[in-house]
Structure formats: structure tokens, C-alpha cells
Write a protein that binds this ligand. Structure first.
Ligand code: SF4
Length: 251
């Protein structure tokens, strides 16, 4: 039987992050299909740009049926400023066609009657939809207690010391995603996800984490090592000064 995991200090970290960032939901949507389109627009794009790309898509195609009837070129035009527009337009077209085929209309409403495992299997069977995107749709717009692992969550979880990547390139595999999800109690998953995204953007930056001012530094393995080194350097310098003074007084 698989051993259940419970990450060290998970409740403490969730509480500190919640106080620091206020469970901000990052503009995500309550309608599952809107959320899926929002995430597709966000791929490989910065936040300001994908928000405006999604707005432009919804302005040009105000209903899902109008979007489902649009051509790939028309969709690509509407999202052109967000990057990868041709690839995203193709994916959107294919998804709208699949939903129309499966449910008789472009909608994800029937997923509300499915359990978590069924939802995830259905969503990851759609073109261009992986585990992270599926869990975002389920968590943000269907209130499911799942944990999507985006690049910010993955980076902080590794630095804190909760997980080690199983892939040589250190990217997050589907197995890693399941391990991370299982280490976070279901009732903390939403707040932990949204606050780790905020923390990864504001403080635990990819290249230069701001450990000195980090609100969860006392719980973080990387932070302790990094600050320990800084203190070590400082105390080495201080000891040098003291011995230099002592030598000056007692030559
Ligand atoms: S202490 Fe540093 S590495 Fe750890 S979470 Fe904070 S910023 Fe990231």
C-alpha cells in the first residue's frame, strides 16, 4: 500500500502565506470552459498579456457557440498579441469540436456530475490539456480539492524541501504532481496553490530568491542554508576584526 505523505510544517506555511498574500485567485474563472480557455491563453505568456488575450477572445466571440463556429484563422487573429496564437487557436478549435461532439454543445457543465478521477481523465483526454491545466479547471471553477502544480508551486516546494524531482531535467513529472498533491491536506490545497503562485512571483524568484525577507524562511531548507552561509561569512568577518583589535592592543 502507498504510504501517505504529509509535508513538514504544511499547516504553518499555509497559514503564514495566507496572511501574507490573502488567497488572491489571480483572475481565474468560475465557469470551467472559461477557465480552460483562460489557461490556454496563459501558456508561455506573461500575466498582463494573457489577461488581455483572454478578454480579446471573449470580446470577439461572446458565446461559446460563436467560438465553436469560428475558423482557426479567426481565433488566431483574436489572440495574436498573446504569442503562439496559431498553436493555441488550433487547440481551442479542437477542444470546442470535441465538446460539441461529446456533449451536444461546447460546454464542460456535464463534468460537474463526475467525480474527481473521472473529471481528470476526461480533461486530460482533451487536446493540449495536461494534468496541471486539468487540475486548475477543477480547482478554480469546480471547487474540487485538487492541487495544480505550476512552475511557481514546483520551485517553492522543492526549495522548501518537500520534494525532489524524479526527472533528470528537474521538471515536474505527473508522478511528482501526485506526490505534491498528496502531501497537502485537501482543505489547504486552494489557498496553498494561489499563495504559492503569489510567493513564487513576489519573493521566491527563479534566479534570485529573496530569502532574507521571506515570510516562510524559518520553515525552508534552502532559506536556512542560504542565510546560514551569509551569517557564517559575517561571523568569520567579525571574528577576524576582533582578533585584529586584540593584536593591536597587545602587540
Ligand atoms: S526562504 Fe528563500 S528559497 Fe525558501 S521559500 Fe523563501 S525565498 Fe524561497
Amino acid at each position: 500500500m502507498r504510504r501517505s505523505v504529509h509535508f513538514r510544517f504544511v499547516e504553518e506555511i499555509a497559514s503564514v502565506l495566507s496572511e501574507q498574500y490573502g488567497d488572491y485567485a489571480h483572475g481565474n474563472k468560475t465557469n470551467p470552459l472559461s477557465e480552460l480557455l483562460f489557461i490556454l491563453c496563459s501558456l508561455q505568456t506573461n500575466e498582463g498579456l494573457y489577461r488581455s488575450t483572454f478578454s480579446s477572445l471573449r470580446r470577439k466571440f461572446p458565446t461559446f457557440q460563436i467560438l465553436a463556429d469560428a475558423s482557426e484563422d479567426e481565433i488566431a487573429d483574436a489572440i495574436a498579441h498573446g504569442g503562439l496564437s496559431r498553436q493555441k487557436a488550433r487547440t481551442i478549435r479542437q477542444i470546442m469540436a470535441r465538446l460539441s461532439h461529446d456533449f451536444g454543445a461546447p460546454t464542460l457543465a456535464p463534468l460537474r456530475a463526475m467525480n474527481d478521477a473521472e473529471c481528470e481523465v476526461y480533461l486530460t483526454g482533451l487536446p493540449g490539456v495536461g494534468k496541471k491545466t486539468a487540475r486548475c479547471v477543477m480547482m478554480y471553477s469546480m471547487g474540487r480539492d485538487v492541487f495544480p502544480v505550476d512552475s511557481n508551486c514546483w520551485r517553492v516546494c522543492r526549495r522548501v524541501g518537500w520534494v525532489r524531482p524524479t526527472r533528470p531535467d528537474k521538471s515536474c513529472s505527473p508522478r511528482d504532481m501526485n506526490r505534491v498533491q498528496s502531501g497537502i491536506p485537501p482543505n489547504l490545497r486552494f489557498s496553498m496553490h494561489v499563495n504559492l503562485v503569489s510567493h513564487g512571483r513576489a519573493c521566491c524568484l527563479p534566479m534570485a530568491p529573496r530569502c532574507e525577507t521571506c515570510c516562510i524562511q524559518q520553515y525552508c531548507r534552502t532559506g536556512k542554508i542560504k542565510l546560514g552561509r551569509t551569517l557564517g561569512k559575517f561571523s568569520g568577518y567579525a571574528l577576524g576584526q576582533v582578533s585584529r583589535l586584540a593584536r593591536a592592543r597587545n602587540p
